[in-house]
Write a protein that binds this ligand. Structure first.
Ligand code: GYE
Length: 333
């Protein structure tokens, strides 16, 4: 008969063998899943930072979830930071990620300027930074950051403007609800729209005001603009669906008829906007896809394999109006 000690030693050896086998298999599986998972950090898991601007609204919730789901699926540890709508907080979040020596950073910059400090720190620490969703003015792709992944916001504004010109026969009194001041998105969605309507002298932007991409501020700003401009308003062009939905509330409260007397169009393509279009209270929205996870991690893995990357990787977006909104509600965020 074996002594108790011998028995224990045997069990321990067996456990050790199982543990080693599990480690070896885990390593193999990680390589199959795209390769870049292995290497950095403790325990072989690659640690990737994600600097998010804020977590309000369906668009940002969908973006965050897509990044978290994809990280989990591919076996990365995602170090998530939330700047809560404040650029200074985002800069310090980035500095923390660099101090933690994450293996790479995904940055969704709230504003277009002000990130030179943390970008330099990341560069010195050898941490690659990938811009997702919003762009920066000044820093260069391939040098200060790897590449930008996202939509073409000028194009979004242009598509909105062209659709509107057709819809109105080139005559409109427009309220423009602007996204977060200083963001590349607000600048570009304005620019593209203004370029598209320039050829139509009877399409006029009566007022353009900051609604900070939120429903509450969109509603509030719209309420004041209705008081100031009343019936002269025939169109609301909002830089995102949340503000458009806020504006719809304000129009209704003022006894106006959104979707009918007043055309409402915006950008994003979230579920509640497609529902509003189906219900006839809103007219159109240019899609801006928030589901960055797959393309973001594909790009990181290409970079790790040493592939050459373009300075911009642009998402292909669709356009929703009364002809197709119902059809896409099910897959919307
Ligand atoms: O349209 C908006 C969000 O940066 C592209 O930000 C993004 C925009 C999006 O708050 O809903």
């Amino acid at each position: 008969m074996k002594s108790l000690n011998e028995g224990r030693r045997g069990a321990f050896a067996l456990l050790l063998a199982v543990a080693l086998l599990a480690l070896a298999l885990g390593g193999c599986r990680k390589k199959e899943g795209g390769g870049a998972g292995g290497g950095g950090g403790q325990g072989g898991k690659m640690r990737v930072g994600f600097s998010q601007t804020e977590t309000d609204g369906p668009w940002r919730i969908a973006e965050t979830k897509s990044m978290q789901d994809e990280a989990a699926k591919r076996g990365y540890e995602l170090v998530f930071t939330n700047a809560r709508g404040d650029t200074a907080t985002q800069v310090s979040n980035l500095e923390d990620l660099v101090a933690q020596r994450v293996d790479a950073i995904f940055l969704a910059p709230r504003e277009a300027k002000g990130y030179e400090g943390p970008l330099q720190a990341a560069k010195e620490a050898g941490i690659p930074v990938f811009l997702i969703d919003r762009e920066l003015e000044g820093p260069k792709a391939g040098d200060d950051y790897v590449t930008f992944i996202g939509s073409n916001f000028i194009e979004e504004g242009r598509r909105a403007g062209e659709w509107l010109a057709k819809q109105t026969g080139g005559k409109a009194g427009i309220i423009e609800l602007l996204g977060t001041a200083g963001s590349s998105v607000a600048n570009d969605r304005h620019q593209g729209f203004a370029d598209a309507i320039r050829a139509y002298p009877d399409m006029k932007i009566i007022a353009a005001q900051d609604g900070n991409f939120t429903r509450a501020q969109g509603q509030n700003v719209m309420q004041n603009l209705i008081q100031a401009h009343g019936k002269a308003i025939t169109v609301v062009y909002a830089h995102n669906d949340e503000m458009a939905l806020g504006a719809i509330q304000a129009l209704k409260a003022a006894g106006m008829n959104p979707g009918k007397d007043v055309i409402v169009l915006s950008v994003d393509g979230q579920k509640s906007a497609l529902e509003a279009i189906s219900a006839g209270e809103m007219n159109a929205t240019v899609e801006c896809n928030p589901r960055f996870g797959p393309v973001a991690f594909d790009t990181l893995e290409k970079f790790k394999r040493g592939e050459r990357l373009p300075p911009k990787i642009i998402n292909q977006d669709r356009f929703f109006d009364s002809s197709n909104a119902k059809q896409f509600v099910g897959e919307a965020f």
